[in-house]
Write a protein that binds this ligand. Structure first.
Ligand code: Z5A
Length: 211
């Protein structure tokens, strides 16, 4: 069986981590070899970059272009070190965020130039696209409330104004409309179990070699 890159995307608290864990268990129960990874922070170098990107910088905020380049650097390392070798070994990779996060957050959220972001995404991935991207669509307020209800402190990006997160959400909607074969919208507002059932149906439909 060929390796597959399956990416999970969405706004804060949309349920990516929960759904990835459930998917991992399901795919393993089918006898499939699964790797779970994430961006930023899917490599040792990436863990350092993740800390720099998400820590609250009180005195010297990260410039927007610097932020964009750090996400690209994290991705370049991740693609070379984790994604390509595991795909070549026939693994199913469940990846928490990938190129669409940069378009949604740095492009739509921050307002950086989308064609520059497309070029950087291409350079960082050498053109490696996901086989399928699941966009977990939840209302911004629902996602943020889930995270706050969790008792977790909000990181640098989560603390952005609601308006920022709404622009990110709009970015995902436009990306899904532009790439309907690659990005599948799944309503993430229902229970974890109900969302997982829909994801399994989507994966069966789009990855037809699943046993
Ligand atoms: N970022 C960027 O700007 N540009 C880029 O290129 C990339 C990333 C790659 C780190 O992402 C940040 O980096 C992110 C975007 C930016 N912004 N921030 N912050 P992250 O993925 O590591 O962090 P996150 O987006 O905040 O995700 P998260 O905290 O891991 O949340 P999640 O994975 O979507 O959800 P969860 O952990 O599965 O669930 C959150 C809570 O909701 C938890 O208590 C669950 O039990 C609960 N939950 C989950 N599903 C449900 C349902 N269905 N019902 C009720 N409750 C639920």
């Amino acid at each position: 069986m060929d390796g597959k890159l399956i990416v999970f995307e969405g706004v804060e608290g949309c349920g990516k981590t929960s759904q990835i864990q459930l998917c991992r268990e399901w795919l393993q129960s089918l006898g499939i070899s699964v790797i779970v990874t994430r961006e930023p922070g899917g490599t040792e170098l990436g863990l350092h970059l993740r800390r720099l990107l998400l820590e609250k910088a009180e005195k010297q905020p990260i410039a927007e272009l610097t932020e964009l380049l750090l996400y690209a650097a994290d991705r370049a390392q991740h693609v070379e070190q984790e994604l390509k070798p595991n795909l070549a070994a026939g693994k199913y990779i469940l990846c928490d965020r990938y190129t669409d996060s940069t378009t949604a957050y740095q492009g739509y959220g921050r307002g950086l130039n989308i064609s520059l972001i497309n070029q950087l995404n291409y350079i960082a991935t050498s053109g490696l696209e996901s086989d399928l991207t699941i966009w977990l669509d939840v209302d911004v307020e629902v996602g943020l409330a889930r995270k706050q209800g969790n008792g977790d402190s909000l990181d640098r990006i989560e603390q952005e104004a609601i308006a920022f997160h709404k622009k990110v959400q709009q970015g995902y909607a436009e990306l899904a409309a532009t790439h309907p074969a690659r990005i599948i919208r799944v309503d993430g507002n229902s229970s974890k179990e109900a969302v997982q059932q829909v994801i399994q149906k989507v994966l069966r439909l789009h990855l037809q070699e699943l046993p």
